[in-house]
Design a binder for this molecule. Structure first.
Ligand code: ADP
Ligand code: ZN
Ligand code: MG
Length: 648
C-alpha cells in the first residue's frame, strides 16, 4: 500500500533459493574425499621406512656386539690391534692400517679395512682400558661422527628437514581442505566458468519482463560495444539487481553471461569477508585483474550487501576488513575503462543498507528491480520448470499460478519439484493436479510462518486500496500518470503499490499540486472505507507521508492561512550539516503556534479526505471494475488502466 514503492525494508534476510534443477538435473560427481590425504600418508611412510633402511645399510654396518670383558680379553690377547672410540661404541680392528674415508658413500664403515675382522662393544667407563691399550701398544683414536661424510650431513640434516617439510605440507593441505585458506591469502576463489559453460538463457527466466528488458541492453553492450562507443555513448559499468530472495537475480545474471557468450566470474559478497584484514581487498584486486585479462566478461557479485553495507552507520566499531574491501571495490570500479568490455553485475535484497558511494554514477548507477512475479509471470515460470516433468493432461498450470499469489520463482520451482516427488511417492507415472495442490499447501504453510501469504479478504482490501490511489491520481489534474498498479506484494514490506511516473522533473510545486499529492495518498484509505466501511492499518505509510506534506506546507512553505508566507522552522546548519534529519531543525515558535500547526494539519487532511472520498463515491463503478480486474490479474499497466477508465 505504498504509493511510491519505497516502503520499509524487509527484515527477513534469509535466502530462499530453490534448486537450480528442480528435477533430474545434471549433477557433477564431486565425491573425492581426502585425495591429498592418502598421498601424504604414503609419502611419510615411505620416508620413514627408507630412512631406517638407509641408516641400517649405510651408516652402521652392524657388527655383533660383544661383551666389554671379551673385548678387553681380545686386547690382552693381542687380537685387536687398533681401537676406534666413539661415544656409543668401541670398535676393535684386527689390522693396524687405517684407511682413509672413502669419498663416495661406502657400503661399509669407512674406517674398516676390507679384511678387517671387527669387534664392537658398548663402552664402560673404565679408566683401565686406556692404560691397558697403552701397555699393549694398541693404536687408539676417537672418531667424531659429525661432518665426517656427506652421508652424515644428509642423514642428520637434510632428511629431517625434508621430513618436517612433508609433515608441514601435509598439515597445510588438510587445513586447506577444511576451508581455512590460511596460506593462500589474496587468492580468489571465484569459480571461473568458461564461455561455453553457461547454458542459462533469458528464456529460462520468466515473470520479470522489465528486468529482462533492461538486461537485454547489457547483453548488447557486451556483444557489440563498438556500436555504443562509436557514437560516444558510455557503457554502464555496474548494474545492480534489486529484489526479494528467490526472484531470480542470480539466474538473470547467469542468463546475461550466457546470452552474451562471455566469461562469468561469480563471487558472493561473503567470500570477500575473511578473517584477516586485507584479504578481502586483495581478493577484489585479484578478481578484477583476472577479469580484465578475460574481457569481455561479467563479474557478478552476489549478495553485495555483505560488503557494501553503509559505512555511515557504524561510526563506532566499524568493520575494518569490510570497509577496506568496499574501498577496494570502489577503487577498482573507478579504475577500469568502460570500453574494456567488463560489466559488473551485483545482486542484493537489501538496497537500503548499501553504501551510497556504491550507487554513484560510474559505479552501480543502474538499478534493475527484480520483482515478485504476477499471475502471468508465475504461470510462465511454472511452464519453464515443469518442462522437464511429465504432466498429466488435466494439469492446469494457470490454476496453479492463480493459487500461488506472492510466490517467487524459487518457490514455484520448488512446488514443481515437490509435486513430481509426490507423484512418484503415489506411484503415478504423471504428475496430477492434486499433486500440485498438495505441494502448494505444503509450501504455503511454510510461507505463512514467514508472513508472506495474505488471505483472500486481505487481497480484496489491498486491491481496493491501490485502486483508490490510482483513481484519485487519474482524477486529480496535474497529477503524475499512473504507470502500474499491483497487488503483488512488493519485496520491501508493501502489500501492493501504485506506481506514478512524473512526466517531467520537478523542482517546484504549487500549493494545488501539494494538495493533489495529499489526495492521492489519502485515496487508498478512502477507498477502503467506502467499500468495506472499515479502515485498516494498510494506510499507515500513506498517512505519514500525507501528514508530512501538510506539515511542511504550514511550517516550511508558508501556505497556511494564519502564517501565510512565514517560515516556522529555521534551517539551521547543525553539527551534521544541512542534511541533518528533521529533529535537528530548531523549533522557534510558541506552544500556541504548535497547537495551531497540529490543528491545521488535521484540518487540511480532513478537508482533502472528504473531497477524495466524495470523488471515489461518485466513481464507484470504475472503482469496482478496476479493483475487480486487479484482483484477477494482480497487476495492471498504464494501458489497461486507461481503457477501464475510458469505459466510464
Ligand atoms: P535470487 O538470486 O534472486 O535469490 P535465484 O536466481 O537464486 O534467486 O533463484 C533460485 C532458483 O529459483 C533459480 O535457480 C530458478 O530455478 C528459480 N527461479 C527464480 N526466479 C525465477 C524466474 N524468474 N524464472 C524462472 N526460474 C526462477
Ligand atoms: Zn497506500
Ligand atoms: Mg541469489
Amino acid at each position: 500500500m505504498n504509493n511510491s514503492g519505497s516502503g520499509d525494508p524487509r527484515k527477513n534476510k534469509k535466502k530462499n533459493s530453490g534448486p537450480d534443477f528442480p528435477f533430474g538435473g545434471p549433477r557433477l560427481p564431486d565425491f573425492k574425499p581426502f585425495k591429498g590425504w592418502k598421498f601424504s600418508i604414503v609419502y611419510i611412510l615411505i620416508l620413514v621406512v627408507g630412512m631406517s633402511l638407509f641408516n641400517y645399510v649405510f651408516l652402521n654396518r652392524v657388527n655383533p656386539t660383544i661383551d666389554f670383558s671379551e673385548f678387553k680379553n681380545k686386547i690382552v690377547s693381542g687380537e685387536i690391534k687398533r681401537v676406534e672410540l666413539t661415544d656409543s661404541y668401541f670398535t676393535g680392528y684386527t689390522t693396524l692400517q687405517r684407511r682413509e674415508p672413502l669419498p663416495t658413500p661406502p657400503l661399509r664403515n669407512p674406517y674398516a679395512a676390507p679384511s678387517d675382522a671387527v669387534y664392537r662393544t658398548v663402552p664402560i667407563n673404565d679408566p683401565e682400558i686406556i692404560k691397558l691399550m697403552d701397555e699393549k701398544g694398541i693404536a687408539y683414536y676417537a672418531v667424531s661422527r659429525e661432518g665426517s661424510t656427506i652421508l652424515n650431513i644428509i642423514f642428520s640434516w637434510v632428511l629431517p628437514i625434508a621430513f618436517f617439510f612433508f609433515i608441514w605440507r601435509f598439515l597445510m593441505k588438510r587445513l586447506g581442505n577444511m576451508g581455512g585458506n590460511v596460506l593462500s591469502v589474496g587468492q580468489n576463489r571465484a569459480v571461473i566458468v568458461a564461455e561455453g559453460d553457461i547454458v542459462t538463457r533469458f528464456s529460462d527466466v520468466a515473470g520479470v519482463d522489465e528486468a529482462k528488458e533492461e538486461l537485454v541492453e547489457v547483453v548488447d553492450f557486451l556483444k557489440t560495444p563498438k556500436k555504443y562507443t562509436d557514437i560516444g555513448g558510455k557503457i554502464p559499468k555496474g548494474v545492480l539487481l534489486v529484489g526479494p530472495p528467490g526472484t531470480g537475480k542470480t539466474l538473470l545474471a547467469r542468463a546475461v553471461a550466457g546470452e552474451a557468450g562471455v566469461a562469468f566470474f561469480r563471487m558472493s559478497g561473503a567470500d570477500f569477508v575473511e578473517m584477516f584484514v586485507g584479504v578481502g581487498a586483495a581478493r577484489v584486486r585479484d578478481l578484477f585483474k583476472q577479469a580484465r585479462d578475460k574481457a569481455p566478461c561479467i563479474i557478478f557479485i552476489d549478495e553485495l550487501d555483505a560488503i557494501g553495507k553503509s559505512r555511515i552507520n557504524n561510526i563506532a566499531g566499524g568493520n575494518d576488513e569490510r570497509e577496506q574491501t568496499l574501498n577496494q571495490l570502489l577503487v577498482e570500479m573507478d579504475g577500469f575503462d568502460a570500453t574494456s568490455g567488463l560489466i559488473i553485475l551485483a545482486a542484493t535484497n537489501r538496497p537500503d543498507v548499501l553504501d551510497p558511494a556504491l550507487l554513484r554514477p560510474g559505479r552501480f548507477d543502474r538499478q534493475v528491480l527484480v520483482d515478485r512475479p504476477d499471475l502471468k509471470g508465475r504461470e510462465a515460470i511454472l511452464r519453464i520448470h515443469s518442462s522437464a516433468v511429465k504432466l498429466g493432461s488435466q494439469v492446469d498450470l494457470a490454476a496453479v499460478a492463480r493459487s500461488t499469489s506472492g510466490f517467487v520463482g524459487a518457490d514455484l520451482a520448488n512446488i514443481v519439484n515437490e509435486a513430481a516427488l509426490l507423484a512418484v511417492r503415489g506411484g503415478r507415472q504423471l504428475v496430477a493436479q492434486k499433486d500440485f495442490e498438495e505441494a502448494i499447501e505444503k509450501t504455503v504453510a511454510g510461507l505463512q510462518k514467514k508472513n508472506r501469504i495474505i488471505s483472500p479478504h486481505e487481497r480484496r482490501i489491498v486491491a481496493f486500496h491501490e485502486t483508490g490511489h490510482a483513481l484519485v491520481a487519474a482524477f486529480t489534474p496535474g497529477s503524475d500518470p499512473v504507470q502500474k498498479i499491483s497487488i503483488v506484494p512488493r519485496g520491501f514490506g508493501a502489500l501492493g503499490y501504485t506506481l506514478q511516473m512524473p512526466v517531467e522533473d520537478r523542482y517546484l510545486m504549487t500549493q494545488d499540486e501539494l494538495l493533489g499529492k495529499i489526495d492521492v495518498l489519502l485515496g487508498g484509505r478512502a477507498a477502503e472505507e467506502l467499500v468495506f466501511e472499515k479502515i485498516s492499518t494498510g494506510a499507515a505509510n500513506d498517512l505519514t507521508k500525507a501528514t508530512d506534506i501538510a506539515r511542511k506546507m504550514i511550517t516550511d512553505y508558508g501556505m497556511s492561512s494564519r502564517f501565510r508566507n512565514v517560515a516556522l522552522t529555521q534551517r539551521g546548519a547543525g553539527i551534521l550539516g544541512p542534511q541533518a534529519p528533521e529533529p535537528m531543525f530548531h523549533r522557534e515558535y510558541s506552544e500556541a503556534t504548535q497547537q495551531y500547526i497540529d490543528e491545521e494539519i488535521a484540518h487540511i487532511v480532513e478537508r482533502q479526505y472528504a473531497v477524495v472520498k466524495d470523488t471515489l463515491g461518485r466513481n464507484r463503478n470504475v472503482l469496482n471494475r478496476v479493483a475487480g480486474l486487479l484482483l484477477e490479474k494482480e497487476s495492471l499497466d498504464e494501458k489497461e488502466f486507461k481503457e477501464l477508465l475510458e469505459q466510464g
